[in-house]
Design a protein around this ligand. Structure first.
Ligand SMILES: Cc1ncc(COP(=O)(O)O)c(C=O)c1O
Length: 301
């Protein structure tokens, strides 16, 4: 099967562009063995990358949490990401930066390993089958739980943390679901495998779990602001699984997911809710505006 390694284009790697097929790392790379990497995911809409500065700041902050000094500033990373989409003639794209530990040390300790950075972008992004089919997603509650903030670097987009997401999503997909709902170590509702979760109750209030042991997504923060600015009552709190049947609407937020309705969690069904449709439209309108970094870039050109 032709994979992502056989797409066409150029990837920015450690300071220069290389042909797509040449963007390789050695087998004895610390990140490959020990999961020592942090990554980001952004979307470009019509040539403008949404919330780019926030994503690049999170990459650098995530690196700090992982004891990895990323050798570029936010401004330099912003410029690299734009170079990547421009060089590959992409207008609507997914942009994937990754920082990882190299091969100078092959042991648990890797203090002297070089921190590498690469950025790739591609046009077709798949998130979940249900999204491509334009219907509400069906989620299955996973047996895997998000760990406590004392047990893992939960606020970094750290490569190693995705192991339980992949396992959860594989199990859900094998059972015919689109994605998994993950509870946290306390049994509270946490998030999906690559997106945050929100619920709408019968009073049109929006409830979402407090992100104390999972990623406070940039889309999550954006949607919370949109909701508040538009007069919705938004409540962040601990949500228990036995409350799920009391909600009328449910949706996920994430860079890849955008705002996507959830049709069911296990055997609980949710409406195609007008509040979810309203937020989905408002988010769509916002991401399609030219972004400040792009406006400044065009002005300087
Ligand atoms: C585990 C997880 N939670 C939440 C999110 C949503 O984050 P964002 O909205 O910043 O893309 C993502 C995606 O990055 C994720 O991988």
């Amino acid at each position: 099967m032709a994979g992502y390694d056989s797409l066409e284009g150029e990837i920015w790697m450690d300071g220069k562009f290389v042909d797509w097929k040449d963007a390789k790392v050695h087998f004895l790379t610390h990140a490959l063995h020990y999961g020592s990497g942090v990554f980001e995911g952004m979307r470009a809409y019509n040539g403008s990358i949404f919330k780019l500065t926030d994503h690049m700041q999170r990459l650098i902050d995530g690196g700090k949490i992982m004891d990895m000094h990323i050798p570029y500033s936010v401004e330099e990373l912003n410029d690299i990401c734009y170079q990547v989409i421009e060089r590959n003639n992409l207008k609507n794209a997914y942009v994937r930066p990754l920082a990882w530990r190299g091969s100078e040390m092959m042991a648990i300790s890797s203090q002297r390993a070089t921190i590498h950075v690469a950025v790739a972008a591609w046009g077709n992004l798949s998130y979940a089958k249900g999204k491509e089919e334009g219907r509400g997603l069906r989620l299955q509650t996973s047996k895997w739980r998000r760990p406590a903030s004392e047990s893992a670097p939960v606020h970094a987009k750290a490569c190693g943390l995705y192991m339980i997401c992949t396992l959860s999503k594989h199990t859900a997909e094998s059972a015919g679901y689109d994605d998994a709902l993950m509870l946290d170590y306390r049994g509270q509702v946490a998030e999906a495998t690559g997106s945050n979760i929100f619920f709408v109750n019968r009073d049109n209030e929006i409830h979402t779990p407090t992100p104390d042991c999972f990623l406070n997504g940039i889309t999550r923060q954006t949607v919370i602001k949109i909701a508040k600015d538009n007069g919705y009552k938004l409540i962040e709190r601990a949500i228990m699984p036995d409350e799920l049947a009391t909600f009328e609407g449910c949706f996920l937020t994430g860079t890849a997911a955008e705002v996507i309705p959830v049709g069911a969690i296990d055997d609980i069904n949710y409406q195609d809710h007008p509040v979810v449709q309203d937020l989905k439209q408002k988010y769509h309108d916002m991401v399609n505006q030219p972004q400040p970094e792009k406006i400044a870039r065009d002005k300087a050109a």
